[in-house]
Design a protein around this ligand. Structure first.
Ligand code: GDP
Length: 296
């Protein structure tokens, strides 16, 4: 057994070298390795199929067939294709609207929304000197509101208190009004999540979205959920006009499969990675770095 995709491809490359030129058969074997490695990284099956087809097309071109180091040439193709699928370059937050710019986070319960709000608040305040207000419209879970209040205090951003039992959309509107009159640059909106997708949650998220008209609507997803991440992403993408993704708990997921699936399924850029529980554990997402990680 090889540990990662790079090792597998290098080994195949070595085997092939003794045999001279690459053939379509050899390439077929190599593609099987790619397919297995991606499935082991928990990439969703339809995504794996598309990916392997794209690599096959390029590999059958002259560059690999003629190469003296076919393994290397193959790895380069896989790497390039991974980077391309994941979006080429980092997509930054686009807050170029008349302030306050609203950033709404949506995702399942436990995906890391509240933690990500604190991380983003800190990021925007420290790096961009933004004046930030945070609100939770998760009126169903007072504990979630308390958690946001505590984290907001910890990172030094302002917190808009939520009335328990109030309407989520009306709460969002009230927070937006406060952000306007208080000359805030950014309003961060934490929404209700449940343990699985349900219509009521999506409906509520849509109403909040309509009320606060976000500049950015970010889908927050736990990278450890692997293939499920792709299904959840599909459902949220259908319900809300997402502008990007925050992939959390990347510190615990060495395989990176979720990044590939989510980007392919939604077509929306991953903008940030959550890399730990602390409020400074947020990184911009770079496709080339994630590709290296998937390749091992
Ligand atoms: P929410 O229900 O979506 O608001 O999720 P929370 O923000 O409450 O996060 C759920 C759990 O995941 C908490 O224990 C967080 O500390 C943890 N968490 C969130 N983001 C990350 C991350 O990037 N890495 C790690 N290791 N843990 C995270």
């Amino acid at each position: 057994m090889f540990d990662n995709l790079s090792d597998r491809l290098e080994a195949i490359g070595k085997r092939l070298r003794g045999k001279g030129r690459l053939t379509e058969d050899n390439i077929q074997d190599t593609l099987r390795e790619v397919r297995m490695a991606l499935l082991e990284a928990d990439v969703a099956l339809p995504v794996v199929k598309d990916f392997v087809a794209a690599v096959r097309e390029r590999a059958l071109g002259a560059e690999v067939m003629k190469s003296l180091t076919p393994g290397q040439a193959f790895i380069k193709i896989v790497n390039d294709e991974l980077v391309q699928v994941m979006g080429e370059a980092n997509d930054a937050l686009d807050l170029s609207v008349r302030p306050p710019a609203v950033v709404m986070l949506a995702g399942l319960q436990g995906s890391g929304k509240t933690t990500s709000i604190a991380k983003l608040g800190r990021w925007l305040q420290e790096r961009d000197q933004k004046k930030v207000l945070a609100v939770s419209v998760d009126i169903h879970r007072p504990a979630a509101i308390d958690q946001l209040q505590r984290l907001a205090g910890e990172v030094g951003i302002d917190f808009f208190p939520t009335e328990p039992g109030a309407d989520p959309a009306a709460t969002g509107e009230a927070a937006l009004e406060r952000a306007r009159t208080g000359y805030y640059d950014v309003l961060l909106v934490d929404t209700a999540g449940r343990l699985s997708i349900d219509e009521q949650m999506m409906d509520e998220a849509r109403r909040v979205h309509h009320a606060v008209a976000p500049a950015e609507t970010l889908f927050v997803v736990d990278s450890m959920t692997g293939q499920d991440a792709a299904n959840t992403a599909r459902a949220f993408d259908a319900a809300l006009p997402l502008t990007g993704v925050i992939l959390t708990k990347a510190d615990g997921d060495a395989r990176g499969g979720a990044a590939l699936s989510i980007r392919q399924v939604t077509g929306k850029p991953i903008k940030f990675l959550g890399v730990g529980e602390k409020t400074d554990a947020l990184e911009p997402f770079y496709p080339d770095r994630m590709a290296s990680r998937i390749l091992g």
